[in-house]
Ligand binder design. Structure first.
Ligand code: MN
Length: 251
């Protein structure tokens, strides 16, 4: 576990880049973490492509998804997703919203993603589905209003994942590293499920298998091993985030 706020901020910048490097996030999507000392706040980057996020981009927000200090930088339009989930799920420590190519076909078709291999058990036995049109009619499909965020959080319920019709997915975690592994395994699972369907079928794991394999996925030794592996892949690509600057350079 990170020992201080600056360690957590560094981890959040790293999580942004890992999720981008592994194909979960692209120019869009975002990842946040609840403030370790104040559960009524969370940390999220300013509006920037996740692969470029660095510690100095990380800002603090209230659960209304407003910055705790006036921000001179652009903010993510869909940041209400994060605050809305933290408000209703005290067990949630980290949130990721994304539009990964592997999950989008399921979001378009309205078909469930089910765990089809052992690591896919990280998503749980069932995931939720939300269609913004059901409650809000014709929108631009961005989740920008507080009531849209609350509706999405209601649909998420006690699940770990909610698919968003024709849009993407929102994934939660009991920790930042747990969230990162779940988000990546969700994408791998969706990819395998789709390919298995073309071979004739993609039956889900048995409920008992999902419970047991899911528990293995949450073991610290597994979570730390995947975090180190994805960090090393990022390092090999020369894309690790810089360290936080204490003082901004004069221009
Ligand atoms: Mn989105």
């Amino acid at each position: 576990m990170p020992g201080s706020l600056s360690d957590l901020v560094a981890d959040l910048a790293l999580a942004n880049r890992i999720l981008a490097h592994e194909g979960v996030l692209d120019a869009f999507g975002h990842v946040s973490v609840r403030h370790p000392a104040d559960p009524s706040r969370f940390l999220l980057a300013r509006s920037r492509a996740p692969l470029l996020v660095e510690p100095n981009d990380i800002l603090e927000f209230t659960l209304d998804s407003e910055p705790t200090r006036p921000a001179k930088v652009a903010l993510y339009a869909e940041r209400v997703i994060h605050g809305a989930v933290y408000q209703v799920r005290s067990d949630v420590i980290a949130v990721c919203h994304h539009h990964a190519p592997s999950v989008l076909p399921f979001c378009v078709a309205g078909k469930p993603i089910v765990p089809v291999f052992h690591l896919g058990a990280a998503i749980g036995e069932a995931i939720a589905f939300w269609d913004q049109h059901d409650e809000f009619g014709d929108t631009n499909l961005l989740v920008t209003k507080p009531e849209e965020g609350r509706s999405l959080a209601r649909a998420l319920g006690r699940h770990a994942v909610v698919l968003m019709k024709r849009h993407g997915a929102t994934v939660i975690g009991g920790g930042l590293r747990e969230l990162v592994s779940r988000a990546i395994f969700l994408c791998q699972n969706a990819d395998y499920q789709m390919r298995a369907i073309t071979l004739g079928g993609a039956p889900p794991l048995h409920p008992g298998e999902i419970k047991r394999a899911g528990a293995v996925n949450l073991m610290p030794i597994v979570v730390e091993r995947t975090w180190e592996y994805w960090s090393m892949r990022l390092k090999a690509a020369g894309a690790l985030p810089p360290r936080a600057r204490r003082m901004r350079k004069r221009k």
